[in-house]
Design a protein around this ligand. Sequence first.
Ligand SMILES: C[S@@+](CC[C@H](N)C(=O)[O-])C[C@H]1O[C@@H](n2cnc3c(N)ncnc32)[C@H](O)[C@@H]1O
Length: 228
Amino acid sequence: MEENDYREHVFLYDLRNSSNRDEEVLWRNHQEMQYSFLLRHGFLEESNVLDLGCGPMRLGVKLIPKLRNGWYFGQDINPETLKYGEEVLREAEINKSANYTLFSSEGFDLSLIDRPIDIAFSNSLFSHLNINSILMCLLKVREVLSPKGIYFSTFFNLESKSSWLDRCVRNKWGHDTITYPSKDPYHYHFQLLKKIAREAGFTMRIVPDYGHPTQTMASFTPRGFLSF
Ligand SMILES: C[S@@+](CC[C@H](N)C(=O)[O-])C[C@H]1O[C@@H](n2cnc3c(N)ncnc32)[C@H](O)[C@@H]1O
């Protein structure tokens, strides 16, 4: 069984031809949440940013125009999602020569990245990954992250008193979302991910000020360095 259906499924496909995408709550609120978080957490016009599971440029369309010497790398498993992302950038009058590279890859192949990354980021990626993929993602990010860099990634946090084996019902804007131990969307105890992160050479911490209605933001700093 595939860990998720994103090889075929284009994220937010319903909004691909929408003339009022920016009016849609799912687009605008999540965009603002991601963008303002990065502004509060160290993004500068010279930052090299890696957005893993970047989707159709909900974040990229805001970040790329802010870059001067920095660079935005957007990685996703689905090439069609990235084509859609290019459409979103053109609509925003961001041309192909702007400071960005989008690439699709399997197994978090990041070999195309040609400079140390200051900020790696993923919104709602670990929520669709099994534990093997999360470890692979962390190990690959570790290879491209600058020693003083930081990786921020959200996940579905399971309270320590809840059993990992049980499905978990969460409420998002009045709708129930269910997370599972072994199918998409996946949930994890913080202590388990913390051990996986340590295995990959990171210290993992919870970052409380993200503002996602159901997911929790974590930071991953290379062990031996503190970025705050
Ligand atoms: C819920 S969407 C979030 C997209 C984007 N981060 C955003 O917030 O707009 C999850 C994204 O992760 C991508 N994805 C899923 N599995 C992946 C994998 N193994 N490697 C890279 N990207 C993946 C999907 O194609 C999708 O674009």
